[in-house]
Design a protein around this ligand. Structure first.
Ligand code: 5GP
Ligand code: ZN
Length: 140
């Protein structure tokens, strides 16, 4: 389903023009309008999913295959030195456009892109129990 109020639905389905790097019947990959680095691209499904929580398994499976193809070609063409693949879900995690998308961010030696956090220590007193509880939910 498409959402008539969603800008990424319109871009993904060609109703709004974009710089398209890749397109098939399910996805369009475009350049981000506010790139973190040269070549920053977004993988957009042509169907509307708010974020990963509602993404169908079919689209989820294909999305990473497309990301892999695109970053491989981009690395050859742009001669970048690495890639960050990033995907934000909900406002607290930095999601600003509520149509699922994967960021493909080329990295260049000496660039100024920041995707860092301060590491803390794993709470070993609860880790095993929490892992077990999550594992049980996955199996449900
Ligand atoms: P988010 O913060 O939701 O993970 O990422 C949204 C991204 O979409 C941002 O990097 C922003 O620059 C990009 N963006 C927002 N509106 C448009 C648009 O109309 N066209 C394109 N190509 N990128 C957009
Ligand atoms: Zn949408």
């Amino acid at each position: 389903m498409k959402d008539s109020n969603c800008i990424f639905c319109k871009i993904a389905n060609g109703e709004i023009p974009s710089y398209t790097i890749y397109e098939d019947n399910m996805f369009r990959v475009i350049f981000d309008l506010g790139p973190a680095s040269k070549g920053h691209a977004l993988v957009l499904p042509k169907e509307h999913f708010k974020n990963i929580f509602s993404l169908s398994d079919e689209y989820a499976a294909k999305a990473l295959i497309i990301a892999k193809k695109v970053v491989t070609a981009m690395t050859e063409e742009l001669e970048c030195d690495g890639f960050n693949i990033l995907q934000n879900n909900e406002e607290i995690a930095g999601q600003t456009v509520f149509h699922f998308h994967i960021h493909l961010i080329p990295r260049y030696k000496g660039d100024d892109v920041k995707l860092t956090w301060n590491p803390t220590e794993l709470d070993k007193s609860t880790a095993e129990q929490t892992a077990k509880k999550i594992s049980e939910r996955i199996k449900k």
